[in-house]
Design a protein around this ligand. Structure first.
Ligand code: MN
Ligand code: MN
Length: 309
């Protein structure tokens, strides 16, 4: 029976590419194994789809029920994060980088967990130890997973092992510029193309009561403000519609997560009050506020102070 290699539910890029990588390693070692995931290919997140397309990797097969199967887990070991009936399946291997979960087995198994930033980092070591060359396409997927899980090395979970694995894998995958790869993934994750302006405004939007004034604040996290350059007027049009529905102020935070700041678009009955709230002058309908990333911790408290809440 072929081993089904599967990552956690609601899979991220690491869960997808680690299933591919471990299945590849097992196959190279003479064990029949198939990469799986708990969703259909059409439901993969945009980042993972971009990664698979870029490196020419096939999406793993869908596996929703583990009953009666031999299963290898990657990127998790909690029963709740697995396919249905995982508790009655035959788990034959676990490769992970999280806390140990509640999976149990009846037989000794391959169990490899390390406190590093990504399962791809652990798998890179396993290929090396086994003396198995990583195929170019698989290396690309593993590389992308490490950049994703470690947020391009910025996450506190990132270790020297992750950086060393990236150095190995970029050479095998033929990727010269990992910054460019990370940006492509970030852009896919924050894609706005083809989404109606009103849906973008409401993607992450909240109304607040400020001393009897209704104030709406939306936020779009972007890899670069260029992503919304062409739809800026459409976004302002959507804001005008929402403001006309009884609001004193509607704000849209266009947050550049790379530059770490926000272009704050302002529609208000009292623009001077908003300028005062953020101690910044409006340039047309917006103002650039360096360091502003959080609506909850930065935008709303400043508004409350300005409104006298
Ligand atoms: Mn994961
Ligand atoms: Mn992971």
């Amino acid at each position: 029976m072929a081993i089904s290699v599967v990552g956690h539910a609601n899979p991220d890029t690491d869960s997808v590419t680690s299933a591919i990588a471990l299945a590849t390693l097992l196959n190279a070692q003479g064990q029949e194994a198939t990469a799986c995931m708990q969703i259909a290919a059409a439901d993969l997140n945009p980042e993972s789809t971009t990664v698979l397309n870029r490196f020419g990797l096939a999406a793993p097969e869908m596996l929703s029920d583990a009953a009666g199967k031999e299963i290898a887990l990657v990127d998790f070991s909690d029963i709740a994060q697995g396919p249905a009936n995982l508790d009655s399946a035959d788990v034959v291997a676990v490769v992970d980088h999280h806390k140990i979960g509640d999976i149990t087995t009846n037989n000794p198994i391959l169990f490899r967990a390390e406190p590093v930033g990504c399962t791809g980092t652990v798998l890179n070591k396993m290929f090396k130890e086994a003396g198995v060359a990583i195929p170019k396409d698989v290396a690309g997927g593993m590389l992308a997973a490490i950049l994703s899980d470690t947020v391009n090395f910025k996450s506190p979970t990132c270790t020297e092992d992750d950086k060393a694995a990236v150095a190995d894998l970029k050479a095998v995958a033929g990727v010269e510029d990992t910054e460019e790869l990370f940006m492509e993934m970030l852009k896919a994750k924050s894609a706005v193309d083809g989404v109606p302006a009103k849906d973008l405004l409401f993607r992450d939007y909240k109304d607040f009561d400020m001393k009897g004034n209704k104030v709406g604040v939306g936020q779009l996290e972007l890899a670069t403000l260029d992503q919304v350059a062409d739809i800026r007027e459409a976004l302002i049009g959507a804001m005008e519609e929402v403001k006309a529905d009884g609001r004193h102020t509607v704000l849209l935070m266009l947050t550049d997560v790379v530059k770490e700041g926000t272009d704050l678009v302002v529609l208000s009955d009292d623009p001077a009050l908003i300028e005062k709230a953020f101690d910044t002058k409006l340039d047309g309908k917006s103002m650039w506020i360096p360091g502003m990333m959080s609506r909850k911790k930065q935008t709303v408290p400043n508004l409350q102070t300005a409104f006298g809440c």
